[in-house]
Write a protein that binds this ligand. Structure first.
Ligand SMILES: [Mg+2]
Ligand SMILES: [Zn+2]
Length: 189
């Protein structure tokens, strides 16, 4: 049986949006992030971070820095009894400065590559899954893979909400991640 997952954007969804995050010291979880993840962990959802980190392609920071930031997030979560099952990111951007990352890839959201990786590596069924993020591209990703998409108003979410996209509707628009988790748990009964 395939597993269900909640795919979680990082910046503006799990942690404060601070622009290009180049040091782990700048990581700030939202006050509700640990509770939200614990609820998903208890409900047997796989929790998978999916984040665009074009700062790598642009030469602002290395993949080692991204890994360091994610190890730090994992430690913060663990100290609160919560966990993410996987940390997936896209380091690419077509206009990047670093040649090896300056490609038109299949994993930069809203492209579906990171979700496809979770299908392969974790046996996730996207049709039973959700995407939560603060950008329309997160909702587009949900549409692309047949998952349900929730826009949160943290990060860029409020601005995004005020600029609706033609023929792209979220399944829900909610204040923050904990509200998104309530919506998800309510919708699966
Ligand atoms: Mg974001
Ligand atoms: Zn990519």
């Amino acid at each position: 049986m395939s597993a269900r997952a909640v795919f979680l954007d990082r910046d503006g969804t799990l942690i404060e949006e601070v622009g290009y995050l180049d040091r782990k010291e700048r990581v700030e979880l939202y006050p509700w992030t640990i509770d939200a993840l614990r609820a998903l962990n208890r409900a047997n959802f796989h929790t998978v971070m999916v984040t665009n980190q074009s700062g790598v392609a642009r030469g602002f920071f290395s993949e080692a820095v991204v890994d360091d930031v994610h190890a730090h997030i994992a430690a913060l979560l663990e100290s609160g009894g919560a966990r993410l099952d996987a940390y997936y990111y896209c380091p690419h951007h077509p206009d990047g400065k670093i040649t090896q990352y300056a490609v038109r890839c299949d994993c930069r959201k809203p492209a579906r590559g990171l979700v496809d990786r979770a299908v392969r590596e974790l046996g996730i069924d996207p049709a039973q899954s959700f995407v939560v993020g603060d950008r329309w591209l997160d909702v587009e990703l949900a549409r692309a893979v047949g998952a349900r998409g929730i826009l949160v108003r943290t990060g860029y979410g409020l601005t995004e909400e005020m600029r609706p996209r033609e023929s792209l509707a979220a399944d829900a628009v909610v204040d923050n991640l904990i509200a998104a988790v309530s919506w998800i748990l309510g919708s699966v009964g």
